[in-house]
Design a protein around this ligand. Structure first.
Ligand code: SF4
Length: 353
């Protein structure tokens, strides 16, 4: 089975849960996680519905219509970059070539030419190669805009609405993480050019305005996501270390029986959190395991962080009942106090106001 190549969504999800060895190993090995989840009997509901896909596709076509006139106007309005673009005057180079390597080379050439020409240029679905632990991952942003001042901007076009100028924070966060991956890949291209152009660390997020189909945009600062992604990708080289802890002969071959696969998957440590549900195909499998083990992270990372040294729900309940835990630990003493208040309230009955 050919390995599944890493895409920006997978790389961004890795950065969102940097402590998960399971995801790092499976992605590093190119295991198709959706097929694995299916074989484990916990298929994910992850992914877009056909309707959402079609709607997103139609919106993107609208944003890029007329040679990208509206898209370039939004870029200029949010980020500047030189004189206002004339409608229909921007250059939209043809990026077709054979295979991902050919398309990446063609994109690099177009970026180089656009930077030298210093005109508004729209690269529609360029192909970028990012070196990840020695293997190229091929990434395809929605668009990259080259402005007359020579700067390069990543454009993400999403179909969730921006209402009164702001959108769902979780969705914007996911888009920012994805954009950061593209910025990293663009920076690798920029470093090969002389002089090296500036890649903006603010991506342009384009969404439907309010409840209409009209595009609106906002500049999203991706510096934090960039730092996290960079650090996480540099950690990916340790995939060999994770693999070295597994028994010889361990396989993630999705045609193997479910019990064998489950044993192989469970042998790799994971750090499940509810955020996985929106980012990883194995989420339902890992959630079941985390709940069965009573892990506190299954209730949310912030709760886990609040309870410090306590790692399981049983430990937290025992601490609340005063049966376990160090009373000098602030989390334990807070739980004991909460437990006592609860017992008191239950003993006295509940009063309605
Ligand atoms: S769902 Fe499982 S494998 Fe995926 S990131 Fe979460 S813990 Fe890791």
């Amino acid at each position: 089975m050919p390995p599944q190549s890493l895409d920006a969504r997978a790389l961004a999800a890795l950065a969102a849960n940097p402590g998960c060895g399971r995801r790092a190993l499976l992605d590093g090995a190119g295991v198709p996680k959706a097929a694995l989840a299916q074989a484990l009997g916990s298929p994910s509901g992850f992914g877009q519905s056909q309707f959402a896909f079609m709607r997103g596709h139609a919106f993107e076509a609208r944003v890029k219509a007329d040679g990208g006139t509206e898209l370039l106007r939004l870029t200029h309005a949010c980020l500047g970059g030189g004189p206002e673009p004339e409608p229909g005057a921007a250059s939209v180079p043809d990026l077709t070539a054979a295979g991902p390597e050919g398309r990446a080379a063609r994109t690099e050439l177009a970026l180089d030419e656009a930077s030298a020409a210093r005109t508004w240029t729209l690269l529609d679905h360029p192909m970028l190669a990012l070196d990840v632990a020695g293997t190229p991952a091929f990434l395809e942003p929605d668009a990259v805009v080259v402005a007359p001042d020579g700067t390069w901007t990543v454009v993400e076009i999403k179909s969730f609405p921006m209402i009164d100028g702001s959108a769902d924070a979780a969705k914007v966060g996911a888009a920012a993480r994805q954009s950061a991956v593209y910025v990293l890949a663009l920076e690798q291209v920029a470093r090969r050019l002389d002089p090296a152009p500036e890649v903006r660390h603010r991506a342009l997020l384009v969404c439907p305005k309010d409840f209409s189909n009209l595009p609106t945009a906002s500049a999203v600062d991706v510096r934090k996501q960039l730092a996290v992604t960079r650090r996480q990708l540099s950690r990916l080289t340790r995939v060999e270390d994770i693999a070295a802890t597994l028994a010889p002969g361990t396989t993630f071959d999705v045609t193997r029986p479910a019990a064998e696969l489950a044993a192989a998957v469970d042998a790799v440590p994971a750090t499940y959190a509810p955020e996985c549900l929106a980012a990883c195909e194995l989420a339902f499998h890992c959630r079941d395991r985390a709940r069965a083990a009573g892990e506190l992270t299954s209730l949310g990372r912030s709760l886990r962080a609040d309870l410090g040294t306590l790692a399981t729900i049983d430990e937290a309940l025992a601490a609340a009942r005063g049966e376990a835990g160090d009373p000098d630990d602030p989390a334990v003493s807070a739980l004991r106090r909460a437990g006592a208040l609860r017992a008191e309230a239950l003993a006295g009955g509940v009063r309605c106001p």
